[in-house]
Design a protein around this ligand. Structure first.
Ligand code: 13P
Ligand code: SF4
Length: 310
């Protein structure tokens, strides 16, 4: 199938024709971010999905994000430019094994990070994102034992911030576990004025060097407001596109990966391209679908999260 030369105009035409909204995560290619109606972190994207009046949601992100939009909007067409765009963290938590883990802790409630499949959400009591995890755990009575899944790094960060003892599922994100503490320290020596800003999916030795820890939206906001003019950014470098746009005179240095042959771009997020976004809208496929019983069970903990988030 041939694609138009000017994909931006073609995508805008299709937005009007389909009454579609394009939601994009900060880890998407800069082109996709520039074509989006809204760019945000997982909480912001979930809120947009809950509030939109569009008939079609084109989700430029990964599968669990588009799936969350579909759980909230069963009547809408939800498109994901590449259906293979998964998440290494969500994959670390297979539903059968998690069911056994949950059964072994019958008095615990389950707080799950939104980076998990609908099947895991359906087994959870409350969903959280990196921007509200600490606040949500603080709202749970102190004597209530909690399982936190699937990200052990975010879970450990929440334990440090709240002083609570959580039972952690041992999952992790391949992108955020790939930052090199040693190379970050070397960069700090090279750029003594730079602040380190990091996502809580990073491992503890990296977070130890962070001047600020937060979700993608929180990191962007902090970088804009801070008096510093140089930042070492320990999260997927797609966010630097917005940081550079919103703080043009500041310098953003991507934190280096352990393996110098690799980069820290998320291979799942980067499966989406502007061309695939156009084709998804033009052909109205690939579409997100899920069994109704799972959808209904997964909706409850998402609604709890939205109600508990300020
Ligand atoms: P947030 O944008 O919610 O911080 O999530 C980061 C992430 O890893 C998404 O997959
Ligand atoms: Fe999943 Fe990590 Fe990619 Fe986010 S950056 S989508 S957590 S693999």
């Amino acid at each position: 199938q041939t694609t138009p030369d000017d994909l931006f105009t073609a995508i805008n035409d299709l937005k009007r024709k389909l009454n579609a909204v394009v939601l994009a995560h900060y880890y998407q290619d800069p082109d996709i971010q520039d074509a989006a109606d809204y760019i945000g972190d997982s909480l912001g994207l979930s809120r947009q999905a809950a509030e939109t009046s569009a008939d079609v949601i084109v989700f430029a992100g990964v599968h669990f994000m588009a799936e969350t939009a579909k759980i909230i909007n069963p009547e809408k067409l939800v498109l994901l430019p590449d259906l293979e765009a998964g998440c290494s963290l969500a994959d670390t938590c297979p539903p059968e094994e998690f069911a056994q883990f949950k059964a072994a802790h019958p008095d615990h409630i389950v707080v799950s990070y939104i980076n998990c499949s609908a099947a895991i959400k359906a087994m959870s009591d409350i969903i959280c994102t990196s921007s509200n995890a600490v606040d949500i755990v603080r709202q749970i009575p102190k004597d209530q034992p909690i399982i936190f899944a699937p990200d052990r790094n975010l879970g450990r960060y929440v334990m440090t911030e709240t002083g609570r003892d959580l039972v952690l599922w041992q999952g992790a994100c391949m992108v955020h576990e790939n930052f090199s503490e040693k190379k970050i320290v070397q960069l700090k020596i090279e750029y003594p004025q730079a602040e380190v800003i990091a996502h809580p999916e990073c491992e503890e030795p990296v977070l130890r060097h962070a001047d600020y820890i937060g979700s993608t939206t929180a990191l962007l906001k902090y970088a804009k407001q801070s008096d510093s003019s140089e930042f070492i950014v320990a999260t997927e470098p797609g966010i630097i596109h917005q940081m550079q746009k919103e703080a043009r005179d500041k310098q953003f240095i991507p934190a280096p990966p352990m393996n110098s042959c690799a980069c820290n771009e998320c291979p799942h997020m980067r499966l989406n391209t502007l061309e695939k976004l156009y084709l998804a809208m033009e052909n109205r496929t690939p579409e997100i679908t899920l069994p109704e019983n799972i959808r209904v069970a997964a909706l409850k903990p998402i609604q709890r999260m939205l109600a508990m988030s300020h």
